[in-house]
Every structure is written in structure tokens, then in C-alpha cells.
Write a protein that binds this ligand. Structure first.
Ligand code: XMP
Length: 549
């Protein structure tokens, strides 16, 4: 998620021309968009807003998130077939409540309000919202008062729902009727004539088990969406629009071997073939054999025109003696740009010139950078290639900027990419450098590569790899005394980290089976010279982070 912040931090300014290729007729996204029925979600600052967008995409309907303050003209340019007003942390009476335009409510398409969205509707259409005498947080039983209401089609008369509100609607605006309630408060309202519906609970979270059905009723039923936004359609239209945009130009891609940059490269390759050159840099802190494996995979299995550059010595030289996490990150980012730029110049000399740069930016980064919650604090400077297009005067192709991670995988499958690439867990740009606490030396990189290979290998053998967001080893600078045979050892400690997460923003540590942990620990201590102790990291995010640095 934080990649977008880094884009700005390292200088991707508004001056950079973007060549978005996606399916919406978005006014501000001037290029290459192919019309698709769109649901617009207006974000009032809820932590669940992205989830609404994801749920709707699961119905094969395209959805976009805009700040609730987006000008009406911008919304109109998307020709939405429905609007959803999200939840949010404010009270409608707060002086700093988001200043959304109440004219939204006369937009002329079906509207669904969720939580704060309901209160916004009630407040601006003449009803009354007040602080609840009994606030509702967590599970609630909701009674459906009007089972014939189209919003509740196929839903029983009592459902479990997730609530999170301190204010409540106490008097409905004229023309509205109550369609659901809890024992405590109003839970659903409707105005069929104005085509406005609203629920106080959160249908988008999985704690509301029938929430998806309710959202589907709104999107497919009330908004009459055709549910035709499929991977195949996305690929066809994206390929066509890249082809049209690029013409006979030359395109460069900085490949990391991860899912996003690989899928982006394959999409562009499908559009323009040999006009695309991919550069893959070995920064010396990749996983064991990764440089060779990724090169083989992308060249042989996917036919990409790939230039592998082994710059490991240069990176490791620069990292020598450095222990501060942020300094490590900055060095790796800086060196990457230097190496990539030099290679790009060489390629440009051969190709004539390079006009475009492919980036695997995903939708969460795009939403995050325009969130009504404002920019979040930088915890770590993420490494990516965001500074390149401006320095090198290249235009950007971001074919995935409307997609969530799981959608990127679906697209990759449709493109015929191997699971070996699509199923990979995320790996940070600064690689093992942020998993080696303390100094990064060639010896310590080799130690961690060997331990990491065992962790990942055993987790794969146990059939758990694809169910876990990330699982890896971390090398600590702590040395402790052990005994092997009858010999004293004094060696490093290795931590095992395995986490579940939806998007990397929050994470829970994964309770790996004890037998598996035992096998991993045994193998590391026996097979990896330099490690004599293994510990298990049981910290969630927050307050921890996923990577140790
Ligand atoms: P943290 O450690 O901040 O990581 O909890 C959240 C997610 O981001 C990944 N990560 C990075 N990804 N460049 C990236 O592209 C980076 O510099 C970077 N640092 C962390 C991390 O692996 C996790 O998935």
C-alpha cells in the first residue's frame, strides 16, 4: 500500500503523463479506457471502503472508489449505474465532517448508503441523526421488516450483521420507510421512488455473512448491472488500448519477478511483443537461486525479452557497514535507479529511444493516495521504481492500476501464466536486506538464503504456502551459545515469521503447526552453518510490521 506514498516521495509528480489502461470511461484518466458499467463508491473515510469495491468486483461488476468530495462532474464523467456512500469515522455534526455535496443525493441513479452513508442521507434529506444512547459495535441481530424489499431479496427475516456506529438515525426523512432494525436502533431504510436505500450495518465485511447477497441485490438487482466485467474482457480491452497508445514506440519494464510486475509485463508483451524490453536487476539480496529461476521462467515460459543484470557486488559494496534500516532502503533504491538508468540508456541507444515505462501499480495504491483520510505517516520508505519515469522523461503504462491483488492473479491465470509465478508471496523491494537485522554482508546473505529456502520449502511441502500471506526467515544479529555433538557453538539466531493478511496493511501471525515448526527448526540448525537457534515471531501488525526493518 505504501508504494504510492513513495511514488510521491521520490518524485512522481503530477507532471508525469499517465497512460492508464483500464475499463472505465474516467474523465481524468484520459487514455485508453474502455467503457464498462461502473459503480462509484464514495469514500467517507471508512477503513472498509476498499472492501466494498472488492465485493462488487466479485460479481464481475466494475467499481471505483472516489473521495466523497469528488466534484459531481467527475462522478458524472464515469457514467455510473449506481452510487454507494461508504461508512466513515465522523458524525454528520462534526465541524470537520467530510464536505461532500448533498446534491449527490439527486444524482439520478440508485444510491446505497452504508453506516455513515445512511446518516448522511438522513441528515441531508430532512431526517434527524443523533448520538445513540446505546452505541452498537460488533455483532448485531438485524430483523428484516420488509422481506419484499428488493435490497433484501433472498435474505431471511433475521440476519447477523456487523455494526460500528455511535450516531443513529432517529427520524426518517419524508418518503423513506423503515425496512430493517435491531432491538436497539434502525438498521435499514428505503425510498423506492427516489431509488435510495441505506443500511446502518456493514454488508461488505465477512462478519455480515449475507452482506454479499445484499450488495449483489443492490448492484445486480437495483442497478441492473450486467456482470460482464471478466478477466478475458479486461485483457482484450487493455491489450487493444496499450497497442493503440504505444504505436511503434519502445517500452521498458523493471521486473522484480513478483506477481504484479510480471503480470503487467506479460499484458504489455501480449500487446506489443518485441517492442517491450524487461530489465531484471540482481541486487544481491534476492532469495537463493531467485535470479536464475526468475530469468528462466520469464524468458522461457513467458517468452519475454528479458535483460538480466547482475549488480549484486555493487549493491553489497554500498551496503557494507550499514545497519540502519532506512539507510539500507535508501541505498538500495538509489543504486537500483543508477543501474536501471544505465541499462535503459544502453537499450535506448539500440532501440532509438524509449518512450514508455511499465509499472505494476495496483488499485489500493491509487485509492490510498487519494483517501479522504489523508496521507498516512511513513513508517518505512518503500522501494520501487517510481522516480524513474520523471528522471528519464518516460510516460507511464500502469495496466493494473484498477485492480486488486487477487484480480491481478485472475488476469495472470487468464494470460496462461504459471502458478509458480502467480502464487508467489509478496517479497519486498529491498529484499533480504530488510530481513537481515544489522549489517548485510555476503556471508550473512548466504546464511539467510539457506534458512529461508528451508522455511519456504517446508511450508510448501506442508501444503500451506498458498494459504499464508508471507512466510520467511529473518536473521538476527544476536548470537547465543549452543551445543552440537559435544562441541560448543556460538552462532546467530534466526526468527521465523508467518502472517495472514488481506492486503499487507494489517496482519496476524499464523499459528503454524508445532510439528512443522519443529521440522523447520531442526533442519535450519542442522543444515545452515552460522545459525544455532530458531525462534518464532508471534507479533501481529499493528503493533509490529510484517518485515523486521
Ligand atoms: P511492512 O513491513 O510495512 O510490510 O508491514 C507490508 C508489506 O509490504 C511489503 N514491503 C515492501 N514492498 N517495497 C515493496 O514493494 C518495499 O520496500 C517493501 N517493504 C515492505 C512487505 O513484504 C509486506 O508485504
Amino acid at each position: 500500500m505504501r508504494c504510492s506514498r513513495t511514488l510521491q516521495q521520490i518524485g512522481l509528480g503530477d507532471g508525469v503523463q499517465r497512460a492508464q489502461t483500464c475499463l472505465t470511461p474516467h474523465a481524468s484518466c484520459h487514455t485508453g479506457r474502455v467503457s464498462a458499467q461502473t459503480i462509484v463508491i464514495l469514500d467517507f473515510g471508512s477503513q472498509y471502503t476498499q472492501l466494498i469495491a472488492r465485493r462488487i468486483r466479485e460479481f464481475n461488476v466494475f467499481s471505483v472508489v472516489l473521495p466523497c468530495t469528488a466534484p459531481l462532474d467527475e462522478i458524472r464523467a464515469l457514467a455510473p449505474i449506481g452510487l454507494i456512500l461508504s461508512g466513515g469515522p465522523s458524525s454528520v455534526y462534526d465541524a470537520d465532517a467530510p464536505p461532500a455535496d448533498p446534491a449527490l443525493l439527486s444524482f439520478g441513479v440508485p444510491i446505497l448508503g452504508i453506516c455513515y452513508g445512511l446518516q448522511f442521507i438522513v441528515h441531508h434529506l430532512g431526517g434527524r441523526v443523533a448520538s445513540a444512547s446505546r452505541r452498537e459495535y460488533g455483532h448485531a441481530e438485524v430483523s428484516i421488516l420488509d422481506p419484499a424489499a428488493p435490497l433484501f431479496a433472498g435474505v431471511p427475516t433475521a440476519i447477523e450483521a456487523w455494526m460500528s456506529h455511535g450516531d443513529e438515525a432517529q427520524q426518517l426523512p419524508e418518503g423513506f420507510r423503515l425496512i430493517a432494525q435491531t432491538s436497539n436502533a434502525l438498521a435499514g431504510i428505503a425510498n423506492d421512488e427516489r431509488r435510495i436505500w441505506a443500511v446502518q450495518f456493514h454488508p461488505e465485511v465477512h462478519h455480515t455473512p449475507l452482506g454479499s447477497q445484499i450488495l449483489r441485490n443492490f448492484v445486480v438487482g437495483l442497478c441492473a448491472a450486467q456482470a460482464d466485467w471478466t478477466p478475458t474482457r479486461f485483457i482484450e480491452s487493455t491489450v487493444a488500448s496499450i497497442r493503440e497508445k504505444v504505436g511503434s514506440g519502445h517500452v521498458l519494464c523493471a521486473l522484480s519477478g513478483g506477481v504484479d510486475s510480471s503480470v503487467a509485463a506479460v499484458l504489455v508483451h501480449r500487446a506489443i511483443g518485441s517492442q517491450l524490453t524487461c530489465v531484471f536487476v540482481n541486487n544481491g539480496v534476492l532469495r537463493k537461486n531467485e535470479f536464475e529461476q526468475v530469468t528462466r521462467n520469464l524468458r522461457e515460459k513467458l517468452g519475454l525479452n528479458l535483460v538480466p543484470i547482475d549488480a549484486s557486488e555493487r549493491f553489497l559494496d554500498q551496503l557494507s557497514g550499514v545497519t540502519d534500516p532506512e539507510t539500507k532502503r535508501k541505498i538500495i533504491g538509489r543504486e537500483f535507479i543508477t543501474v536501471f538508468e544505465a541499462e535503459a540508456e544502453r537499450i535506448a541507444a539500440q532501440a532509438g529511444r524509449i518512450d514508455w515505462l511499465v509499472q505494476g501499480t495496483l488499485y489500493p495504491d491509487v485509492i490510498e493516495s487519494s483517501s479522504v483520510r489523508g496521507p498516512s505517516q511513513t513508517i518505512k520508505s518503500h522501494h520501487n521504481v517510481g522516480g524513474l519515469p520523471e528522471r528519464m522523461k518516460m510516460k507511464l503504462i500502469e495496466p493494473l492500476r484498477d485492480l486488486f491483488k487477487d484480480e491481478v492473479r485472475r488476469i495472470g491465470r487468464d494470460l496462461g501464466m504459471p502458478e509458480e509465478i502467480l502464487g508467489r508471496q509478496p517479497f519486498p523491494g529491498p529484499g533480504l536486506a530488510v530481513r537481515i537485522v544489522g549489517e548485510v554482508t555476503p556471508e550473512r546473505v548466504a546464511i539467510l538464503q539457506n534458512a529461508d529456502e528451508i522455511v519456504v520449502g517446508e511450508i510448501k511441502a506442508a501444503g500451506l504456502y498458498s494459504q499464508i500471506w508471507q512466510s520467511f526467515a529473518v536473521l538476527l544479529p544476536v548470537r547465543s551459545v549452543g551445543v552440537m555433538g559435544d562441541q560448543r557453538t556460538y552462532a546467530y539466531t534466526c526468527a521465523i515469521r508467518a502472517v495472514h493478511s488481506e492486503d499487507g496493511m494489517t496482519a496476524d501471525w499464523t499459528p503454524l503447526p508445532h510439528e512443522l515448526l519443529k521440522r523447520i527448526s531442526n533442519r535450519i540448525v542442522n543444515e545452515v552453518r552460522g545459525i544455532n537457534r530458531v525462534v518464532y515471531d508471534i507479533t501481529s501488525k499493528p503493533p509490529g510490521t510484517i518485515e523486521w526493518e
